[in-house]
Design a protein around this ligand. Sequence first.
Ligand code: GCU
Length: 670
Amino acid sequence: GEDGYDLWLRYRPIVDEARRVEISAHATAIVAPAGGETMRVAVDELQRGLRGLTGHEASRVPAPDRGGAIVLGTPASSPAIAALRLEEALKAVGDEGYVLRSVRVQDRPVTVVAARHDIGVLYGTFHLLRLIQTSASVTSLDVSERPRLNRRLLNHWDNMDGSIERGYAGRSLWNWAALPATVDSRIADYARANASLGINGTVINSVNANARTLQPEYLDKVAAIARVLRPYGIRVYLSANFSAPRTIGGLATADPLDAAVAAWWRAKADEIYARIPDFGGFAVKANSEGQPGPQDYKRTHADGANMLADALASHGGVVMWRAFVYDDSVDPDRVKRAYLEFTRLDGTFRDNVFVQVKNGALDFQPREPFHPLFGAMPKTPLMAELQITQEYLGQSTHAVYLAPMWREFLASDTFAAGPGSTVARVIEGDVHPYADTGIAGVANTGSDRNWTGHGLAQANWHAYGRLAWNPSLSPEGLADEWVRMTWSNEARIVATITDLLLRSRETYVDYTMPLGLHHLIGGDHYAPMPENADPRRADWSAIYYHRASRDGVGVDRSRRGTDAVGQYRSPLRERWADPATTPDALLLWFHRLPWTYRMASGRTLWDEIVSHYTRGAEGAAAFEQAWQSIAGQVDAERHVAVAAKLHQQAIDAAAWRDKCVAYFRQFAQP
Ligand code: GCU
């Protein structure tokens, strides 16, 4: 059946007869060296894909003895590839890159997938399959690809009891009770999906980490997962609880400057690497939202990160120290706190420490200005953290395609080294020379049969992985690619679904956070709750962020207000300090304005807010209509499941409009 399990690796028969014949002629056989596990999975994937797409079995042969063969390998493993003298091209694509070439070998036309290492061959194989799946040309190929970031990670916020923090697609994929004896066969499919995008690492437990994950019994289980992921080029990482030396180590302290504590972590690292020689390292959430950390001992974030980094260094591991901190004693404005805490530590971290920074300074809102830390830590490699799971974006009920949001972030100019210093270039180590580079995405996967709950949310996993490989890819191209691989190559279907996807983020912004109003939710982070006043913390409340009164609405973050704009470089700090030069989309993020404020559109602020809510709710209703227009043209099972989600989305969007308009009207038109 069509339950969405296959994701974008569906490999259903090519519908167009001429195209199917053409592809078959370009896939007469597979020439691949014996190689190891990675070569084996590359050949398996190619055979699986071609079998599905063409209906023919491409058999594996020892040499390119016929036209139309696909030749896989490295110069070291394949005499046929060595003879092509691709050294220069392969040098340029690096350790994980690859080239695809249409060439003649012994006067026969063949397609070559060549790389320096087998992992590049696997990535190149997925690229070739993608070309076939998306109706692209497979003749005259001359493709060279290399990833722009070294570490392309998923972060799973999975708890040891099988629940997933902010997960909306079922339970954890890791079955701790059955491991290590049994590894769910699904894990290999998880690895295939990730490798098809170029994802090469996974932090498998929540950043709100349970120290028990580091106990030997659990490390055996982690090692079993790592064994399944390894052939696909995916390394396992763990979130580490900073108090582990106390909670599971029996020490009296977890002070990072205590010699016994450092020794405990060194021994722990040795224990991990004995089981998992390619273990990636630790992600750490410290002194944030109640998690323990070095500040508990009056030490700095750098003291904590460096102690862990020293334990991992000899094994080649890294520390990803999260900058998601917002201690309210640092500054009254939450969005300023992480910058104030971390910029002063630049230059004090070990070489194998990343600081991992969310895209925005608040918390994964549907739109935020980029986090001012990007471009502000020239001596510390910053890893960007994106959230694929839709915590604040309709969870697994609303269709919100995140590629446009991520591109907006990656393309933002920080001006750190003059114009053109985009966030993408910062994390690529191109603005300041970083020794290592990376990106992390909080996964939206779970035990649901279709992995992501909402059928269209699969597109976000896909887009994240592809942007991690190349942050310059366009949302339009990614949506087109995903739809063709996942639904159909038929023009009208492609147009309908890509159009829906590409509108969805702005539509969601319109009905949840027009003009930069943000965090208008309660504890579920789903339903509208602009009146929310959280008794525990002001900055968990909605009213802290919108501050609506008869005088106006929004937070003044200009120089007259909290001066959050001062954390950005010129010309942004001047541009965003003045409502007249602040883009509408961020207006109430940075400013507090009267309801009668005159917008560029000529409307008052109040009318403009209402028009966004109205447009957003109408947009959501239009998605349901658009989806109905392709009923009967894609498989019914997946169509019906998405239709039900879109129906609920339209209802919820109208509820957002009604609730927020009524709430703000009390102040705007008392
Ligand atoms: C958000 C989210 C938490 C999560 C935290 C984090 O606040 O709601 O569930 O733990 O981010 O990123 O650490």
